[in-house]
Design a protein around this ligand. Structure first.
Ligand SMILES: Cc1cc2nc3c(=O)[nH]c(=O)nc-3n(C[C@H](O)[C@H](O)[C@H](O)COP(=O)(O)OP(=O)(O)OC[C@H]3O[C@@H](n4cnc5c(N)ncnc54)[C@H](O)[C@@H]3O)c2cc1C
Length: 407
């Protein structure tokens, strides 16, 4: 049976939980809020299937990078509604048009991030956009196997370790399975996300969360959380046709200052690797050899790599790793603007393709203190937020300049 010596040896993919024929494994939250397998010795029959499916113990990367493209969706609404260039939507549309099933990460009614499947386009928006929190795979590997065995097309999207877990769980090359992963920075703790929401909002009042709000451009990270009360400001500024007035109202609204502050805490903690999963710091699923058919990412540095594609609504990089990936790209490429790009340039601007983040040197201290202290204050004090007002002024000036540019 699977036993963990070190937390970094478990990526939380839940393959062991999904495979166990005796339901002897449950995924339980540790003190940092990440899920790990716990075995019920009374139920375990020591079949060792849990060991065989673990992608960290059995890392058999199956695919290899062959082609690299810069691209964006021709449908501007789909592009704007996505994290980068809207490639996932294009892939999902193709699968759904062919009566298939799409798996990806969504919020549940408590704003926790979970994996689920959809079978119609009306539900596609729930899977769109990055949620910078580790998603709970739950029993979606088992569900996808059922669909695959019933000859349905399946597109499964997730972190590289989740795709590795799925492939090891299936242990068979299904011709009707397509997989998409992304360049992954690492996944933050679901518990920290939960506390962040609870301390700052009435979660029952939240109506929409977008980690990649693009009003001020795709290359500017902006977490936007709409609540019933704050939605007032959104409605108000939407009424103004004149962009300057709209911007001014937005700027003056409490929402602006608060969202800026929130951005500075959870988003900042994420980007400074304060509360990523331990296994993300030694991720073994990076590089040109992978498990997925297609890898997508933000095409950072697009101005140097493929300036003709630059677009403030978002541009993606797309790597083809297999024949199935090639097949999918052929099917969707008429919906994209695309160009072949240079792999060396991509990794220069997006180092997380090859290497993991170092944990922040205050990570341990953070997890010792987070239960006793206010999260925003703790994050800001550990990461140094002494000049908040100055930062807000600077950010405001930057936004005005950008706004003039895009007008
Ligand atoms: C935790 C995380 C870290 C990332 N790190 C990087 C990075 O370092 N560099 C980089 O270039 N890009 C990174 N990305 C990918 C990037 O944010 C975009 O998802 C990617 O460019 C695809 O954009 P899109 O417009 O094609 O699709 P989108 O519509 O944005 O689709 C996003 C896809 O990712 C899935 N997804 C969303 N959140 C999660 C999650 N928490 N767990 C598993 N699957 C999820 C969705 O179901 C959907 O399939 C990261 C994404 C996530 C979720």
């Amino acid at each position: 049976m699977i036993s963990l010596k070190d937390k970094k040896d478990c990526c939380g993919c839940s393959a062991c939980y999904n495979i166990c024929p005796k339901k002897a494994i449950s995924m339980q939250e540790d003190i940092e809020g990440f899920l790990y397998p716990i075995i019920d010795n009374n139920k375990c029959v020591k079949c060792n299937l849990c060991i065989k499916v673990c992608p960290i113990l059995n890392n058999k990367k199956e695919t290899k990078l062959s082609e690299v493209y810069g691209c964006k969706n021709k449908n501007v609404e789909e592009q704007k509604a996505s994290s980068s260039g809207g490639i996932f939507t294009s892939l999902a549309n193709y699968i759904l048009d062919n009566n298939g099933i799409v798996f990806g990460a969504s919020y549940n009614d408590k704003w926790e991030v979970i994996h689920k499947f959809i079978d119609k386009k009306d539900d596609l928006d729930s899977l769109r956009r990055s949620k910078y929190v580790q998603s709970d795979i739950n029993n979606t590997y088992k569900q996808s196997k059922e669909f695959l065995d019933n000859n349905k097309f399946v597109l499964f999207c997730g972190t590289p370790c989740q795709i590795a877990g799925l492939k090891n769980f299936l242990n068979k090359d299904y011709t009707n399975l397509y997989t998409m992963d992304f360049i992954c920075f690492g996944v933050p703790s679901p518990k920290i996300w939960k506390i962040f929401l609870e301390q700052n909002f009435d979660t029952n009042n939240i109506i929409f969360i977008n980690f990649r709000y693009k009003e001020f451009g795709w290359d500017h990270f902006y977490l936007k959380i709409h609540t019933v009360t704050r939605n007032y400001f959104v409605t108000l500024y939407k009424k103004f046709k004149n962009k300057y007035k709209k911007y001014l109202i937005h700027l003056l609204s409490v929402q602006y200052f608060f969202s800026r502050y929130y951005y500075l805490s959870f988003f900042k903690g994420f980007l400074y690797s304060l509360f990523l999963r331990p296994s993300c710091h030694t991720c073994v699923f990076k590089g040109t050899e992978r498990y997925s058919d297609i890898t997508v990412y933000d095409l950072w540095g697009v101005n140097n790599i493929a300036p003709q594609l630059y677009d403030s609504n978002g541009v993606s990089g797309l790597n083809i790793n297999s024949e199935k990936g090639k097949f999918l790209f052929e099917k969707i490429k008429s919906n994209l603007f695309f160009t072949i790009i240079n792999y060396e340039q991509v990794i220069k601007s997006n180092p997380r393709f090859l290497t993991s983040n170092e944990p922040h040197n205050k990570r341990e201290e953070f997890f010792e203190r987070y239960k006793k202290e206010n999260l925003n204050k703790l994050i800001n004090s550990l990461l140094g937020e002494r000049f908040l007002i100055l930062k807000i002024v600077k950010a405001t000036i930057k936004k005005f300049k950008k706004f003039k540019y895009h007008k």
